[in-house]
Design a protein around this ligand. Sequence first.
Ligand code: HMG
Length: 444
Amino acid sequence: MTTVGIDAVEIRTGNLKLDLPETFAPEKGEDPEKYTKGLGLHASSFPDVYEDIVTMGANAAKRLMDRKGLEPDDIGRIDVATESAFDHSKPASTYIAGCLEDVYEGDFHHANKGERKFACVAGTQAVDDAVNWIQAGKNRGRAALVIATDTALYERGDSGEATQGAGAVAMLIDEDPSLTSVDPVQGFGSADETDFLKPNQQFPSVDGKRSMQVYLARMREALQDVESQRDLHPDDFAVVPFHIPFPGMVRKGAALGFRHISRGTDVEEELAEEIGMQPRREDFEDDEAFRDALTEYTDDLTGTDRYREWYDRTVEPTLGISRHVGNWYTGSVHLARASALKEAREGGRDLDDAEMMVCSYGSGAQAEIHIETVQPGWEEEIAQLNVDEQLRARKDITFAEYEQIHEVHNYDETTDIDAFTTPEEEFVFDGWGRMGERKYTYVE
Ligand code: HMG
């Protein structure tokens, strides 16, 4: 079978930055360490007045196309994954294609465009769709653009306000990819859940604590589904990117994953002297006692050198970018992959042919775990990212400016303020058209 996967990646952050420990925590009367240590977040990215899911997605896609030397004819499919759509009918991919057509000679009239929705897991679903399309032989030599783009804003005062973020990840899905191949093993954990949803409303209704339990439950189910296809061992994977609503959630997901996978392996035996064997259901009278024992074992496990070494090698490097931008919903797990590859390159780590276990998640709820293999050529590709420069260039906003920009992006308010930054060589939102459509232009 042809090798298909992610050939290139681009990251585009919102142009504003809200410092969580310095600016947000004092206004909330909270200890800054709740953010830096508890949630694991230092800052959130925000969109300036002229930015939205279309501008961020189009800007990421343009940089990707420019540096890969692509023209619209080379692209046979544009899928946008988002849960921040402003149109119930016309997909964001048409707006993004329209932007790109303004700056390239050709057009995307023969490209299949769509929009994927399933909370944060939609970005991964769009990658799967693109891979399947190419493997089915329908691509006629063309590649697919997958763009995960979101403005992850919560209602003011909601507990999720601390985890906000805005940005886009564009990925080129192609044959003989430079970054990773997406392998056939794929497991799902999916159930009808009411933990985070937006029933015809812009900002989510969230049951924060429950959403964390649902994340873990669906992740466990997806692992079991993978295990029905192949044996798993914690040391099989060089990198384990998770969906990152905030890094503290990944800390919990990783502990659950390691415990689950190491059960019955040499790793469990190796740790037995230090922390005992894992609790087994048959040794407990009821579920509650078993769950308590599991929690106690997991706490002990995360204190062992064996676990810490595994976590520091496979998970910690995936969190680097997210700590400074917050939750990007559909883009988060793809930021995690990029972050780990970037850190590996900077640290001189050899990942050629290494396996990754990619753990995606979307509220509502579904986890998908699939395996990717890092391709020779990944270092050259990941070296092209300019995310550090983008993060440094963001304007650090005050709390009063944060309040204003939150209102600007609230669809129920009409707030007209000057932009905080000056756009340069990028697509910008440019006002409204006669049918209520959003209009865009490219600023030199
Ligand atoms: P909260 O209740 O304000 O925070 O909101 P908390 O009191 O639970 O504190 C958070 C952590 O900081 C805790 O760590 C505290 O102990 C610690 P834990 O005990 O859980 O390990 N902490 C401190 N640590 C050090 N020094 C201190 C300190 N103070 C506290 N001084 C909550 C937390 C997650 C509920 C909130 O942020 C929220 O509602 N977020 C939105 C929902 C969310 O992100 N859920 C995650 C799973 S669902 C998901 O991933 C899907 C999603 O991305 C959407 C989609 O799929 O589309 C959200």
